[in-house]
Design a protein around this ligand. Structure first.
Ligand SMILES: Nc1ncnc2c1ncn2[C@@H]1O[C@H](COP(=O)(O)OP(=O)(O)O)[C@@H](O)[C@H]1O
Ligand SMILES: [Mg+2]
Length: 199
């Protein structure tokens, strides 16, 4: 586990050193990649996240989704299932509240929840990734749980990260769910072998 903690600390530090201008450019480049992505163009329901801890900013892409009439969803900590996420509709006028990690999320409203299997795309934040698609998050395992059975649904996960979040090798654990695609401002990493169901 120690190596995972070391990677989290080192990469988060690097990410926090990006200037506002670098963040702005990264966000614009990300948007350019996403708006020309076939799966995104065809998607109706897209789960995103609001940037925290210097994560790659998705806000300009969210505005594009709204303009296109796509439905945007954000993760919300499940009120009683510890470690699980719900995905709630996010619109311009959605009331927001800070969760226990200080991250803004839509106020809980069951009528706004979208079941995982009905989402087309989940854009997952991450702390670090490697060139096999392995993903390291903040350490809560939230996306490992949400994505555990994605291959049995229409859901397609895409990791979003700054270029500096690529590391040589992530020591993976049995519960870690790798990502079939990771997009950074400068490059798209594809791991199509991860789309096949394990037999
Ligand atoms: N599908 C799951 N079911 C139960 N526990 C899980 C699952 N996925 C992850 N966890 C737990 O969540 C914790 C954090 O997972 P970890 O992979 O370190 O976090 P992250 O993916 O955010 O980096 C671990 O203790 C792990 O046992
Ligand atoms: Mg994990």
């Amino acid at each position: 586990m120690n190596k995972r903690v070391q990677i989290r600390t080192a990469v988060r530090q690097q990410r926090q050193q990006l200037s506002n201008e670098e963040q702005r450019q990264a966000s614009m480049r990300l948007k350019e990649h996403l708006i020309s992505h076939k799966k995104i163009i065809n998607a109706q329901r897209i789960a995103l996240y609001l940037a925290n801890d210097s994560e790659l900013d998705t806000m300009s892409f969210i505005h594009w989704c709204w303009q296109q009439g796509k439905e945007v969803y954000l993760p919300v900590l499940h009120p009683f299932c510890l470690g699980h996420l719900l995905f709630l509709r996010y619109e311009k006028n959605t009331s927001m509240a800070e969760n226990m990690f200080g991250i803004l999320e839509p106020k809980l409203d069951v009528t706004k929840v979208c079941p995982l299997a009905e989402l087309d795309i989940i854009c997952a934040p991450l702390v670090a990734f490697d060139n096999t698609g392995a993903r390291l998050g903040m350490g809560g395992g939230f996306y490992d749980r949400s994505l555990a059975h994605w291959q049995q649904t229409k859901l397609y996960p895409i990791g979003l990260a700054h270029d500096c979040q690529l590391v040589e090798c992530i020591p993976i654990e049995s519960w870690d769910i790798p990502l079939p695609e990771i997009i950074t401002p400068s490059k798209s990493y594809l791991f199509p072998e991860l789309c096949q169901l394990e037999s």
